[in-house]
Design a protein around this ligand. Structure first.
Ligand code: B1H
Length: 829
């Protein structure tokens, strides 16, 4: 074909396409019905809500794909420097509402559905969550993808397509049980399977040294090969045509046949064995922050890193014939240490496959990577046993040793024979089990190391990575985390969204969240206040109905809804919350009738999953249920106090719980929460924060003013001394509530013993006892303010107004300018 002919063909196709995707309600109706009949293959005369949801999603998917193709073409044409965001976890949640809102066609779809006799909200509820992650780190990745798309950054996410996401939590007799999350069983309209985009990933085997023309090189002869197949998930930006890609890899048996076993006649076993390859992407590890040195986990890490690296290098080589420009066109972001083998993999490809000299390859690698740490605990850092790494990835271990050798030599020149320090900074940790320190590898090979809040950055500099900070202060930065206001206000709280737009006179804050400060001047306006309370009421009704269907407990809408939802961890101190509730219960029980009239009614809501092997966290969940059982059925208490545990807390549950809460708790022991991001979502939704000065809350207080929050507890610098103290001054109230649990007041005496032991004087590592008095004071303060409607509402409005800094839009702009060196690349409409 001549170029003229092919252009003619392209134009004709473009015209056909142009007619295809119209967004008026009539066209949308036709389109939905078309998908009912031909995609879902149900009769257009009879389909249920779930089938309607499927058809609707496919119709939306078509529109996503259109923009996603155009964005891809545009990036290819412009060839900007691109960001590749590598993360082993993405907590995307549901896609339908978010997609139609970002595409700007929500109302059109709602109209179209209404005419077909369906309600958009009802269909949206049919969707299950994509829960390919554990908690904050994973949801952060999801928020950041939304911001990157919205801000037109030429970015792409890479991760693993787990067959089973995070376990479902069910509660039986107050105990947590885990069930598999079969999220793909009913199909997933939000992904595009790309069977033709696949790469071989090698494992095990041996390394051979070869030479050509006197130059030595290494050949890795693998013992196993697995195929990585791409599944693309379009991520639409808001108010832009750009839709970027989240590429998740699934493991499939390799296409390379093992002739031997086929020829020996064991055909059935050969096929069955090949199928085992798929195990790699089967299941997400449910423990956040604990490393167990499991081979399968390491295989997952390398599998996704190798496929992504091959994909990135192939894309670069399509348009470039040498690697000189590689660092000008490519930025790698390493989310925590799990993807850090990418560093070694790029090094390996450059020297072994592209045959660059070590020095040249190393220069390139040093310009590519930026690493974000989310950790605060040096003991929690990822360490991979050398034996494990050496058997699974023999060549990588050699390269790590070489990198470490060079680094140690350099370091000796700088600091001399300071063996203690050399030892701490080495990538290889000697000991009974020799291990590779992934954080050291990441820091040494990255040009920037980011913390996730200012406080976290201070801890990285002075404790976690002190030795490295002293060596390379310029590498260390922080980018305070943020969340996307699209999902956390526009999607999850439509009433608040309309109210904000009305009072600001614009919807522009959805793209430029700083405009929320405009609410400040109206914070005392009685009309806004009235409307603001109305919105809160609507959301509380929705939450109360959910609670009632789920637990059978009826809650009063006049009560303060006090919420703590996050993963269950000792450092997050859900136990402090529960002990505070026991104290409140004790007080109510011991009051006379007239004092009871003055009690501010509370609905205490706790939700979150415990890692399956985390015994103490599981006991906290059981304690919550045991206390709830007693309190909720006590006639003396009535509506004054209710305790609700919300099972299976996940992204879609969060979207309902957060808008419906009055107060939220972020009460980690200072210095243990690197950032915390749920606080930001609550803040945006006008919920007041009861919090310790930890991670992001310190910066939140600077934005909204500490007078608009309930802050309490020991400060970071006080924590070490408090721990040192042989016995601290633990208040009588604390001793009493722990005693009640210990003595079996809530039953299960033996079961709760080890839980009570964790907070005994002298062993109370997370300082529940020493923070208890100030916690109760902060709670009492919240009670006092809550009855002052005018003041509470003003504080609530000021919270939303002060939340602008905590948008992931700001975070992504900072990373782009200061760490990645990328610029927006906007696809024309
Ligand atoms: C956070 C993790 C994490 N910090 C390892 N560390 C994991 C580490 O599966 N793993 O191996 C999983 C998760 N996650 C959280 O990151 C912090 O605790 C939060 O404070 C922070 O807000 C969040 C996002 O930065």
């Amino acid at each position: 074909e001549s170029s003229g002919q092919s252009r003619g063909k392209a134009e004709r196709m473009f015209r056909l396409m142009d007619e295809f995707l119209k967004n008026d309600p009539m066209s949308l109706q036709k389109d939905i019905i078309h998908h009912v009949e031909f995609t879902v293959a149900r009769s257009r005369f009879s389909f249920d809500d779930f089938e309607a949801y499927q058809a609707l999603s496919h119709s939306v998917r078509d529109r996503l794909i259109e923009r996603w193709h155009d964005t891809h073409q545009h990036f290819k044409k412009k060839d900007p420097k691109r960001l590749y965001f590598l993360s082993l976890e993405f907590l995307m949640g549901r896609s339908l509402s978010n997609s139609v809102i970002n595409l700007g066609i929500r109302d059109e779809y709602a109209d179209a559905l209404a005419q077909l006799g369906f309600e958009f909200e009802v269909l949206a509820e049919q969707e299950g969550d994509a829960a390919l992650g554990n908690g904050g780190l994973a949801r952060l990745s999801a928020c950041q993808m939304d911001s990157l798309a919205t801000l037109d950054y030429p970015a792409m996410g890479y991760g693993l397509r787990y067959q089973y996401g995070l376990f479902r939590q069910i509660i039986v007799d107050g105990y947590q049980h885990e069930q598999p999350d079969f999220w793909l069983n009913f199909g997933n309209p939000w992904e595009i399977e790309r069977v033709q985009v696949s790469y071989s990933v090698k494992f095990y085997g041996t390394v051979e040294e070869k030479a050509s023309n006197g130059v030595k090189y290494h050949v890795w002869v693998p013992g196993e090969t697995v195929e990585a197949v791409a599944y693309d998930n379009p991520i639409p930006g808001y108010g832009t045509r750009n839709a970027i890609n989240l590429r998740l890899w699934a493991a499939k048996p390799s296409g390379q046949y093992d002739l031997e076993s086929y020829n020996t006649g064991d055909y059935i076993n050969a096929v069955v064995n090949r199928q085992k390859a798929e195990i790699i992407s089967n299941v997400l590890y449910p423990d956040d922050r604990s490393y167990q040195g499991k081979e399968l986990r390491l295989k997952q890490q390398y599998f996704f890193v190798s496929a992504s690296t091959q994909d990135i290098i192939r894309r670069f080589k399509d348009d470039h014939d040498n690697f000189d420009e590689f660092p000008d066109k490519v930025a790698f972001q390493i989310n925590e240490t799990q993807p850090s083998l990418a560093i070694v993999e790029v090094m390996r490809v450059l020297i072994d496959e592209e045959r660059l000299a070590w020095k040249r390859a190393w220069e390139i690698v040093c310009k590519l990577f930026s690493f974000t740490s989310h950790s605060v605990n040096p003991e929690g850092l990822e360490k991979i046993p050398v034996d494990l790494l050496g058997s699974l990835l023999p060549r990588h271990l050699q390269i790590i040793y070489d990198i470490n050798h060079n680094f140690m030599e350099e370091l000796k020149k700088k600091i001399g024979q300071d063996y203690r320090r050399l030892d701490q900074m080495s990538i290889v940790a000697e000991g009974t089990v020799k291990t590779i320190r992934m954080a050291n590898l990441s820091i040494i090979c990255s040009h920037t190391v980011n913390g996730v809040s200012r406080l976290h950055y201070e801890l990285l500099k002075t404790r976690v990575f002190k030795e490295f900070y002293d060596l390379w202060p310029q590498k260390f930065q922080y980018k305070t985390n943020g969340v996307t206001q699209r999902r956390w206000i526009v999607v999850s709280n439509p009433s608040l969204c309309s109210l904000i737009s009305k009072w600001l006179g614009t919807e522009e804050w959805i793209r430029n969240v700083d405009l929320l400060v405009g609410l400040r001047e109206h914070a005392s306006n009685p009309v806004l206040q009235q409307e603001w309370r109305m919105v809160k009421k609507i959301n509380k009704i929705r939450l109360a109905e959910y609670i009632e269907t789920l637990t059978g407990v009826e809650v009063s809408l006049d009560a303060m809804f006090d919420v703590q939802v996050k993963r269950i961890h000792e450092y997050k101190r859900q136990l402090l919350n529960i002990l505070g509730i026991i104290h409140r219960y004790y007080c109510i029980k011991n009051m006379n009738e007239s004092d009871r009239k003055k009690v501010v009614p509370r609905v205490c809501i706790i939700g979150g999953k415990a890692a399956p092997g985390y015994e103490i966290a599981k006991k906290i969940i059981k304690l919550c249920h045991a206390v709830a059982e007693k309190v909720n059925n006590d006639a003396d208490v009535g509506d004054l106090l209710k305790l609700i545990f919300i099972p299976d807390y996940n992204v879609s549950v969060a979207e309902m719980v957060i808008p419906g809460s009055d107060l939220s708790q972020h009460i980690s022991t200072a210095g243990h929460e690197a950032s915390g991001t749920s606080s930001m979502k609550f803040l945006m939704n006008g919920c007041l924060l009861l919090a310790t000065a930890d991670g992001s809350t310190v910066e939140i207080a600077e934005e909204v003013g500490s007078e608009n929050m309930f802050l309490f507890g020991a400060k970071v610098h006080e924590v070490p001394q408090l721990r040192e103290k042989a016995t601290s001054e633990v208040p009588i109230q604390f001793v009493r509530v722990v005693r009640m649990v210990r003595d079996g007041y809530f039953g299960f005496k033996d079961y709760f013993k080890s839980l009570c032991d964790t907070v005994e004087d002298g062993k109370d590592f997370y300082l529940l006892g020493s923070d208890f008095s100030s916690y109760l004071e902060a709670q009492a303060m919240a009670d006092r303010e809550f009855v002052n409607e005018e003041k509470w509402t003003r504080m609530s409005i000021l919270s939303t107004a002060g939340s602008g800094r905590f948008s992931s839009d700001r975070t992504m702009d900072e990373y782009s300018k200061l760490s990645w060196g990328i610029q927006p690349c906007k696809c024309p409409f």
